[in-house]
Write a protein that binds this ligand. Structure first.
Ligand code: NAD
Ligand code: UDP
Ligand code: UDP
Length: 312
C-alpha cells in the first residue's frame, strides 16, 4: 500500500516509517522539521520505497495514498508552547487537511491523539469514556484542546462523510529517536545523568506518569490501523505501569551509574498530577499489550543517548 506518515521525521513517526517499510509498503514522510530531524530517517533514505517531502500540514496536500497516519505535531511541552498558535493550527488545520485528503482519496486515516485529552484527570486509571478535565485557556491548552478538536473533526468526518477513521490516545512514550533537547522527562533525565548534571525535578516529584517503550507503541498503532472497520476508537495505547517522577529520576541515575543529584524546580502550570492508561479496550479488541519493562526500555534509550552525546 501507499502510506502517508505526517510527522515522519519525528520520534514516533520515524519508527513508524521504518516499521511500514519492513512490511513492504511504499512510505511517504511529510514533515516540516519543527521538532523532527533528518538523522531519524537517515537509514531509510536508501530504500527505493521511501519518499520524503518537506511540507507543513497546515497547508493543503495533494498526494495519492491508501492510508494516512497523522502524527505531525510537536509533543513536548517545551516545544508545543514555543509557538502555541502554530501548535493549535497544526492539530486543527492539519487534521482538516488530512481528513480532506482522506475524503478525496478514500484512504483510511489514523489520528495520533493523546492522554492529554484527559487533562488533569479525576478518573484513575483513565478509560476511553472519561471526558477529561482540561483547562481551555492555560499554557497546555494549545496542545490539549488542539488534540481534542482534532478528535471532534475525525468523528464528524466519520459521521458526516463516512470516512474510515481510527483514533488512538497515546500515553507517554519514550525510546531511541528522541532529540537531545526534546525537553520531556525521560530524555532530560537521561541526558542530565549521563553528563553528571543535576536532575531537574519539577514540583516535588510525586506526580505520576506511565511510560511505554516505543516498539510496543508501534505494534499497537499498526494493530489499530489494521483493525476491523467498525473499530474507530478512541483506543488508549500505553503501558499501565505507573511511577512517580522521583522514582523515574532515581531509576535513571542508578541505570546510568551516575553521580547526579536531584534538584527541585517549580511545577509548570496545569501539570497533571497522575496518569495511567486503562488498556482493556486495546487488550480485548486488538489483542495488544506492552511487553517491554521500564528498565529494559530505559537501558536501550540510555545506550542511544550515550551514542548521540559522543557524536555531538
Ligand atoms: P516529535 O516532536 O518527535 O514529532 C513530531 C513531528 O511532527 C516532528 O518531526 C515535527 O517536525 C513534525 N511537525 C510538527 N508540526 C508540523 C507541521 N505543522 N507540519 C508537518 N510536520 C510537523 O513528537 P513525537 O513524540 O514523535 O509525537 C508524534 C505524535 O504522537 C504527535 O502527534 C504527538 O502529539 C503524539 N503523541 C506522542 C506522545 C509521546 O509520548 N511521545 C504521547 C501522546 C501523543
Ligand atoms: N485537502 C487537501 N488535500 C486533498 C483534499 C483536500 O489538503 O486531497 C484540504 C483542502 O484544502 C480542504 C480541506 O482539506 O480545505 C478539507 O477538505 P474538504 O473536502 O472536507 O472540504 P472543502 O474542500 O469542501 O472545504
Ligand atoms: N518533568 C520533570 N523534569 C523535567 C521534565 C519533566 O520533573 O526535566 C515532569 C513534568 O513536570 C511532568 C512529568 O515530568 O510532571 C512528565 O513530563 P513530560 O513533559 O515528559 O510529559 P507530560 O507532562 O506531557 O506528560
Amino acid at each position: 500500500m501507499r502510506v502517508l506518515v505526517t510527522g515522519g521525521a519525528g520520534f514516533i513517526g520515524s519508527h513508524l516509517c521504518r516499521r511500514l517499510l519492513e512490511e513492504g509498503h511504499e512510505v511517504l514522510s511529510v514533515d516540516n522539521y519543527f521538532t523532527g530531524s533528518r538523522r531519524n530517517i537517515q537509514d531509510l533514505l536508501s530504500n527505493p520505497r521511501f519518499e520524503v517531502m518537506r511540507h507543513d500540514v497546515t497547508f493543503p496536500l495533494y498526494v495519492e495514498v491508501d492510508r494516512i497516519f497523522n502524527f505531525a505535531c510537536p509533543a513536548s511541552p517545551v516545544h508545543y508552547q514555543r509557538d502555541p498558535v502554530q501548535t493549535t493550527k497544526t492539530s486543527v488545520h492539519g487534521a482538516i487537511n488530512m481528513l480532506g485528503l482522506a475524503k478525496r482519496t478514500g484512504a483510511r486515516i489514523l489520528q495520533a491523539s493523546t492522554s492529554e485529552v484527559y487533562g488533569d484527570p479525576e478518573c484513575h486509571p483513565q478509560t476511553e469514556d472519561y471526558w477529561g478535565r482540561v483547562n481551555p485557556i492555560g499554557i497546555r491548552s494549545c496542545y490539549d484542546e488542539g488534540k481534542r478538536c482534532a478528535e471532534t473533526l475525525f468523528f464528524d468526518y466519520h459521521r458526516q462523510h463516512a470516512l474510515d477513521i481510527k483514533v488512538v490516545r497515546i500515553f507517554n512514550t519514550y525510546g531511541p529517536g528522541m532529540q537531545l533537547h526534546d525537553g520531556r522527562v525521560i530524555s532530560n533525565f537521561i541526558v542530565q545523568a549521563l553528563l553528571g548534571e543535576n536532575i531537574t525535578i519539577y514540583g516535588d516529584g510525586s506526580q505520576t506518569r506511565s511510560f511505554c517503550f516505543v516498539s510496543d507503541l508501534i505494534e499497537g498503532v499498526i494493530g489499530m490501523m489494521d483493525s476491523p472497520v467498525d473499530l474507530t476508537g478512541p483506543v488508549n495505547l500505553g503501558n499501565p505501569a505507573e511511577y512517580s517522577i522521583r522514582e523515574i529520576a532515581e531509576t535513571i541515575i542508578a541505570l546510568c551509574g551516575s553521580a547526579s543529584k536531584l534538584t527541585y524546580m517549580p511545577l509548570p502550570q496545569d501539570d497533571p498530577r497522575q496518569r495511567q492508561p486503562d488498556i482493556t479496550v486495546a487488550r480485548e479488541r486488538l489483542g495488544w499489550q506492552p511487553k517491554v519493562a521500564l528498565e529494559a526500555g530505559l537501558l536501550q534509550t540510555i545506550s542511544y543517548f550515550r551514542e548521540i552525546l559522543e557524536t555531538a
